[in-house]
Design a protein around this ligand. Structure first.
Ligand code: HEM
Length: 158
């Protein structure tokens, strides 16, 4: 039995990996979709300078992240026996850092998109937050790649 994986969570028949659960595989696809929205959202603003479209795409990425956290990540995290039984091991530490970064990114994302929505879509106010936006993307990419690393660590026999 792998104490780091959450075997009560979801059936043990992954979409493309028999060692993973269906939930883990679906969540992996979800994370890949978020990476695509994130990279797309940044290129919309950097290459095409379309600010409103950038705001909308980032809003979608933040919403997808919220759904993934609420439906999969948080329930799954609470079921990780290894995190609580052996907190100072590599898998537990990687999962913990991934989780903390995920929560931080979600808070930053809600703040960036929320202030835009509640300030009647004022672009100037958003443009002033260039540095926090950069930090958010950086943290987000690290968090997403840590998530993929967690999947590899738990479900790929290497
Ligand atoms: C999760 C939310 C968001 C993230 C992660 C994010 C990320 C980014 C990044 C990485 C850049 C490029 C910064 C650079 O030039 O190096 C940027 C630029 C920009 N973003 Fe966002 N953004 C977010 C939300 C928003 C929202 C809601 C708006 C409002 C429309 C917005 C408006 C802008 C504008 C106007 C720029 C251009 C700034 C400039 O070049 O002076 N962003 N964003």
């Amino acid at each position: 039995m792998n104490i780091y994986s959450n075997e009560e969570w979801g059936s043990k028949t992954g979409l493309f990996n028999p060692n993973a659960t269906l939930t883990a595989d679906l969540n992996l696809l979800f994370q890949i979709a978020i990476i695509i929205f994130l990279v797309g959202g940044v290129s919309i603003v950097k290459v095409r300078r379309r600010f409103t479209k950038h705001g909308v795409v980032m809003g979608i990425a933040v919403s997808l992240n919220m759904v993934s956290m609420a439906v999969v990540m948080i329930p799954s995290l609470l079921g990780f026996r290894g995190l609580f039984l052996m907190p100072l091991t590599r898998p537990a530490l990687v999962v913990a850092i991934h989780a903390v970064m995920g929560i931080l990114v979600e808070i930053l994302g809600i703040w960036l998109v929320g202030t835009w929505i509640f300030r009647h879509h004022e672009i100037k106010a958003c443009a002033k937050k260039r540095r926090p936006m950069r930090v958010t993307v950086l943290l987000w990419l690290v968090e997403l790649f840590l998530g993929i690393y967690v999947y590899v660590m738990l479900y790929l026999p290497i």
